[in-house]
Design a protein around this ligand. Structure first.
Ligand SMILES: Nc1ncnc2c1ncn2[C@@H]1O[C@H](COP(=O)(O)OP(=O)(O)OP(=O)(O)O)[C@@H](O)[C@H]1O
Ligand SMILES: CC(C)(CO)[C@@H](O)C(=O)[O-]
Ligand code: BAL
Length: 281
């Protein structure tokens, strides 16, 4: 496994790699990240992983400075997966002095996470455009956990004709249902015990749908009833949205399915989760 930092080193190493499956990450890796690496390994000649805590996607007051980091552990995990190349750029390798271009994906970034984290998706779209341009992947792998991010990236790749395939892999969960996330490390033991309520709320909405309810208000009531059992979880939103446009729905058309998603704060930690109601006809 090669580990490189500068763009010149990356370009030279990339030239030897054939088809590339690319997994962009912010590090502090867990099984969710490794599931992306395994998917990339199975479909490409080589796998490239980037580890970069991207400053432009963090808002003022967010956790950029505290974001968990452990490069040695990350590299050992990636080496064990047989990854070919890891890019660990410094900020100036991604944003050279004087760089001022920002990429902004319209429409699907105005709602959900985009509405609560202004500028976040401009940062994600900008860094992914830069990373894709540098790595030139055949395929890029993203987790369904960041559902809106996958919609934004698909739109970005389509609109700018970036010439790569976007692959989305399922959410990896802890045995009690909590979606794996680097930010879970912030949770106190008491908060960690409460955290699976996010997934339980989504499952309750899914069960309501399976029981024949189609009104978003019915699915939302089912989710909120479960969330209310854990009052220390401060709910930011619960959403029933169109899976492609992310527009909020009044009722779910089984022919289109829906994205159920939510965000909640446990103490100082903000968690997100989601569940897809698949198209059924
Ligand atoms: N539980 C998971 N299952 C599958 N993919 C995941 C999971 N968690 C993260 N990913 C994916 O891994 C990629 C890198 O994500 P990132 O490094 O931000 O990790 P994270 O654990 O989501 O961190 P954060 O705590 O900041 O949300 C993204 O495409 C993300 O969707
Ligand atoms: C895609 C990404 C690596 C861009 O910084 C980040 O948003 C993430 O980890 O999901
Ligand atoms: N996994 C999404 C990156 C972020 O929350 O900034």
């Amino acid at each position: 496994m090669r580990v490189v930092t500068t763009r010149d080193e990356l370009t030279a190493a990339r030239a030897e790699l054939g088809t590339v499956g690319f997994v962009p990450t912010m590090g502090y890796l867990h099984d969710g990240h490794l599931s992306l690496v395994r998917a990339a390994t199975s479909a490409n000649d080589s796998v490239v992983v980037s580890i970069f805590v991207n400053p432009t996607q963090f808002g003022p007051g967010e956790d950029l400075d505290n974001y968990p980091r452990d490069l040695d552990r990350d590299l050992a995990l990636l080496e064990a997966e047989g990854v070919d190349l890891v890019w660990t750029p410094a900020v100036e390798d991604v944003y050279p002095a004087g760089s001022s271009t920002r990429v902004s994906v319209g429409g699907v970034t105005d709602v959900l996470e985009g509405a609560r984290r202004p500028g976040h998706f401009d940062g994600v779209a900008t860094v992914c455009t830069i990373l894709f341009g540098a790595v030139r992947p055949t395929r890029a792998y993203f987790g369904q956990k960041d559902a809106q991010q996958t919609v934004v990236i698909r739109r970005l790749v389509r609109d700018l004709a970036l010439g790569l395939e976007v692959c989305v892999e399922p959410i990896r969960r802890e045995p009690d249902g909590l979606a794996m996330s680097s930010r879970n490390t912030y949770l106190s033991p008491a908060e960690r015990a409460v955290a699976p309520v996010l997934h339980r709320a989504l499952v309750a909405a899914e069960e309501s749908y399976a029981a024949g309810h189609r009104l978003a208000s019915e699915l939302l009531s089912a989710a909120h009833a479960v969330l209310a059992t854990e009052p220390t979880a401060q709910v930011e939103y619960v959403s029933v949205a169109d899976p492609d446009t992310l527009a909020e729905l009044d009722d779910v058309d089984p022919a289109r399915g829906a994205l159920l998603s939510l965000a909640a704060r446990l103490g100082r930690t903000r968690l997100i989760d989601n569940l897809v109601l698949p198209r059924s006809v």
